[in-house]
Design a protein around this ligand. Structure first.
Ligand SMILES: Nc1ncnc2c1ncn2[C@@H]1O[C@H](COP(=O)(O)OP(=O)(O)OP(=O)(O)O)[C@@H](O)[C@H]1O
Ligand SMILES: [Mg+2]
Length: 721
């Protein structure tokens, strides 16, 4: 027997009453929040909070009676998003920042939180400048909420708070709830998607490939580099975003649907490229939007989804948002200057002015509110333009403007409960606990580690293979001197990417040190050459990584925040994809230099030296990743990197004898890959040399190889350390 008992009518939750082995069983269930295909057209009930509360009380009773749930399956589909008393502030010195309106807020309305924290006021104390002040609101499933306001009003900041992405420089207070349950960033990431204002993509992928992110790799087979794309051709890049419960074909179908919905058919197989050297700005915007809606998320946040689009494309994008809301999603979007046509698509409106709420409610009520306050929207005038102009502070009329904005915000505070602010949905304590338990288990990752790994390996491999120029440049950089201009679509063509001045590094070094003999001078020259090998491996690879990875970092960061994959999976897959390059380059470098210098002519010695160089080059890559992660951009990375490398280089055993390292810095030498590399190469070279020609040199000349090692304080016993 099965019987559905409504619990929250406005949230489509239900209790499934079943009988098993003569026992009553209740299953608390909500339809899956995980991606649904768009043919769903569920309408959303919009009962008033009072009506639903009465019903909820009734069902709560039913729940707490003798029907105790024996199994709980809670998958909230219809998500009500609410936020309360959200404040975002940035600390500024009292004398350092003048911001009339927000300072007034502090004087009139509240104490500076930082002062509260310090518990005292002083002339030099910090005051806090609010970016967003006391903002509360609710959006229900089936609603499209537009956040509007002039530039700097706090739209992006509010959206960042709601998605837990606020900059660490800002302090945030307040609470974000899903279906009445306070949530954190991971839970929200699992249920939502965020289209940011910036479009950052892998330039080497096509639009279709970007939207595909892994499903079903075919059996592995050996392939040419050109074939690498085909290896994964059936795996389709999409879907680290989409859950396991959808099959590959459904996922691919969804990708094609989104491509068609957003008018990306024409450029589906074009490389995304870089701004100005790839798909158009509007297409990039639509692609950013498509990347997020491909998953049919329960909650969708969009920051300026229409910026840079023409009016037709903007209407298309907003139409898609409205349709998503119509399908039961909860949609929040900041919009700068919507046309009347786009404005008519919004269900609800949140007007921000100088970080405060000037209005929150149905779009129809907005006209009435402004009318009541003496601001009448002229007929045939775009209401959006009207509200923005009323809430703007025009240069030259700052005092009037701020007074007007403050008057409206204060007035709205008074009528807020009547017009805009609705109570979050009532959820009984037991239901709350059940939802909290379900949400607590919600992982931001939609697919397993293996799928993440395959998708990332595919993408990274494609990036390496599709950019042979980078490989060529680095090979040339290793061998030949010339000046290479990046091609149009290359990642090297990114704005701000330095052009490579290629040098005869390997050949110059080989020729400079050519034909060394085993005498006192030769010992010093060979030792210098060995150290230079390690230094070249380091500088080439570490800074190549910094220049490429820093440009990719914004994509990595965005995908991390969206919970697409785990950091170790990203690192391992990326390193694996680049491994052939980091093996090939040391080979190309070591081959000429080793034999030109005249190092030990034995195959085993050569291969040991090669292995050491490969390890050094990979250690340098990891160092490059570390520098990229701590630098805010490529320029900073390229500036910080050398400064950090120098101490490791000095402790490499060449400039400063290993036995002379100051006591306090001894720990640092164990982190120096220069030392490990240099020492290993030196031991490889000198350990079995039994004669050094010291004829005509003074007594300090080492007579054999072990004496050379002792001179540098290198010890063969710790060769493998
Ligand atoms: N990290 C930060 N540090 C200090 N102030 C900040 C920071 N981020 C934002 N602000 C300030 O908060 C206010 C709101 O910025 P926000 O980016 O939210 O505006 P916006 O409404 O999205 O504007 P736009 O329409 O131009 O995108 C601005 O005055 C901005 O200078
Ligand atoms: Mg913004």
């Amino acid at each position: 027997m099965q019987e559905r008992v409504p619990v929250l009518a406005n949230q489509k939750m239900s209790l499934l009453h079943t009988q098993k082995d003569g026992r009553d069983e209740l299953h608390f269930s909500l339809p899956s929040i995980l991606p649904r295909l768009p043919q769903e057209n569920s309408s959303v009930e919009t009962e008033s909070p009072m009506e639903s509360t009465a019903e909820e009380h009734g069902s709560d009773e039913a729940l707490s009676n003798d029907r105790k749930p024996t199994e709980v399956t809670c998958k909230p589909t219809d998500v009500t998003l609410s936020w309360e008393n959200v404040n975002v502030y940035a600390p500024e010195t009292r004398n350092g920042f003048e911001h009339g309106f927000r300072r007034h807020i502090l004087k009139d309305g509240c104490r500076s939180p930082s002062r509260e924290a310090s518990g005292r006021e002083s002339a030099r104390s910090f005051i806090s400048i609010f970016c967003v002040f006391q903002v509360s609101g609710t959006v229900r499933p089936g609603e499209l909420l537009a956040i509007m306001g002039s530039s700097g009003a706090g739209k992006t900041t509010l959206l960042d708070v709601l998605t837990f992405r606020t900059s660490s420089r800002l302090t945030t207070t307040g609470v974000v709830r899903l279906n009445g349950v306070s949530v954190g960033g991971d839970t929200l990431a699992a249920l939502s998607a965020y289209v940011t204002q910036d479009d950052v993509f892998f330039s080497t992928l096509t639009v279709r490939e970007h939207l595909q992110f892994q499903a079903r790799p075919p059996p592995f087979r050996v392939a040419t580099p050109r074939d690498v794309g085909l290896i994964f051709a059936h795996s389709h890049q999409a879907m680290v975003r989409m859950g396991r419960e959808l099959g590959t074909e459904e996922k691919m179908h969804r990708v094609e649907e989104v491509i068609a919905e957003l008018g990306l058919v024409k450029c589906a197989d074009s490389l995304i490229g870089t701004p100005g050297n790839g798909i158009s700005g509007g297409e990039r915007r639509r692609l950013a939007f498509a990347s997020e809606i491909v998953t049919n998320p329960a909650v969708l946040f969009c920051d300026e989804p229409t910026s840079g689009l023409d009016s037709h494309a903007a209407s298309t994008v907003m139409g898609v948002l409205r349709a998503l809301a119509g399908g039961g999603k909860t949609v929040v979007a900041t919009v700068h200057q919507p046309s009347s046509q786009v404005f008519a698509l919004f269900h609800r409106l949140l007007l921000l002015a100088d970080g405060r709420v000037a209005f929150l409610g149905d779009t129809d009520s907005a006209t009435q509110f402004f009318h009541d306050k003496g601001f009448v929207c002229p007929e045939n005038y775009n209401p959006a333009d009207f509200y923005i102009s009323v809430l703007s502070v025009v240069p030259g009329e700052e005092d009037d403007g701020r007074a007007r904005v403050r008057h409206l915000c204060d007035s709205f505070e008074k009528v807020q409960r009547v017009l805009g602010q609705r109570e979050p949905p009532f959820v009984s304590p037991l239901e709350k606990k059940m939802i909290a338990n379900a949400l607590a288990g919600a992982s931001p990752y939609r697919v397993g580690v293996t799928t993440q790994f395959r998708a990332l390996l595919w993408r990274s491999t494609l990036a390496v293979v599709r950019e042979p120029l980078i490989v060529k440049v680095r090979l040339l950089e290793t061998l030949v001197s010339s000046r290479v201009s990046p091609t149009r679509n290359s990642r090297l063509a990114r704005p701000g990417h330095p052009r490579r001045h290629l040098q005869l590094v390997a050949l110059i070094q080989g020729l400079m040190f050519m034909g060394q003999r085993l005498d006192a001078e030769g010992v010093l020259n060979i030792s210098g050459a060995l150290f230079l090998l390690v230094a070249n491996m380091t500088f080439q690879n570490a800074f190549a990584v910094v220049s490429v990875f820093c440009a990719e970092y914004p994509i990595f960061e965005r995908e991390q925040q969206a919970g697409l994959y785990r950091v170790p999976v990203y690192f391992v897959s990326r390193s694996l994809a680049e491994l052939p390059l980091f093996v090939l380059l040391p080979i190309v470098f070591t081959l000429p230099t080793y034999f030109l210098i005249g190092l030990q002519r034995s195959a085993s010695k050569f291969f040991v030296a090669l292995a050491v160089n490969i390890l050094v080059s990979n250690a340098a890559c990891s160092f490059g990743y570390m520098i990229s992660c701590v630098s805010s951009n490529m320029h900073m990375g390229l500036a910080v990197g050398p400064a950090v490398i120098v101490p490791f280089m000095l402790l490499g055993g060449y400039y400063l004898n290993d036995g002379s390292v100051p006591q306090g810095l001894i720990w640092l030498k164990y982190l120096s890959w220069f030392l490990y590399g240099n020492e290993a190469l030196a031991i490889n070279q000198w350990e079995d040399v039994d004669f050094v020609d010291c004829h005509g040199f003074n007594a300090t000349c080492p007579g054999d190889g072990p004496a050379v090692l002792r001179m540098f304080n290198f010890d063969k016993v710790i060769y493998l350390r």
